[in-house]
Design a protein. Structure first.
Length: 182
């Protein structure tokens, strides 16, 4: 009897521990909420490439395939949307001007120089004041070398998206892509 009582107590304690592990951690504002998937370059959909001649960079915009399939004109982005912006330097001529291909687009150098992410989940954004809150979005930056999180302020992300696109679920190219005629 003692043995079965001990076994029952161990099973009960184990079940309680497993339940505690299964509990989602409470949301706290910040970039730690976003993880950069190791396979994003192979799995995500690159739906837009934007030349920025002023900064001499090419922005590649990717979205997770599940969110891409769920995009609907005029509708907010679905929860679980993960957008990744991966910048490349433009190739330059001897005078420092971007080189252009036959279509008039800037030619990228092969490597990414910066990676930023924007993700939407239910309840995210709570805790930010009105001068910064972007609906239910969070932002993060990652190293193009190894995918590790890059520390530092993300104020520019929040400010730019807040001022420019509140009516379009705080996105730029994704909203435009979802709402363009096909």
């Amino acid at each position: 009897m003692k043995r079965s009582a001990i076994l029952a107590a161990m099973l009960l304690a184990g079940a309680a521990g497993t339940a505690a592990l299964a509990q989602p951690r409470p949301y706290v504002t910040g970039p730690q909420n976003i993880a950069l998937p190791s396979d994003w370059q192979q799995r995500f959909v690159r739906y837009s490439t934007v030349d920025n001649p002023t900064r001499k960079i090419i922005r590649n915009i990717f979205i997770n395939p599940e969110a891409f399939a769920a995009l609907r004109p005029g509708q907010p982005m679905p929860y679980g949307t993960l957008l990744i912006m991966a910048d490349q330097r433009a190739r330059l001529d001897a005078q420092g001007n971007p080189l252009l291909d036959a279509n008039g687009r800037m030619i990228p150098e092969p490597a990414f120089i910066a990676i930023a992410a924007q993700q939407k989940e239910p309840g995210w954004g709570e805790g930010y004041g009105p001068e910064q809150r972007n609906g239910e979005w969070e932002y993060a930056r990652f190293s193009p070398a190894d995918g590790s999180r890059v520390a530092g302020p993300l104020t520019a992300c929040f400010t730019c998206h807040l001022q420019a696109r509140a009516q379009q679920d705080f996105t730029f190219t994704t909203w435009d892509y979802a709402n363009r005629p096909r």
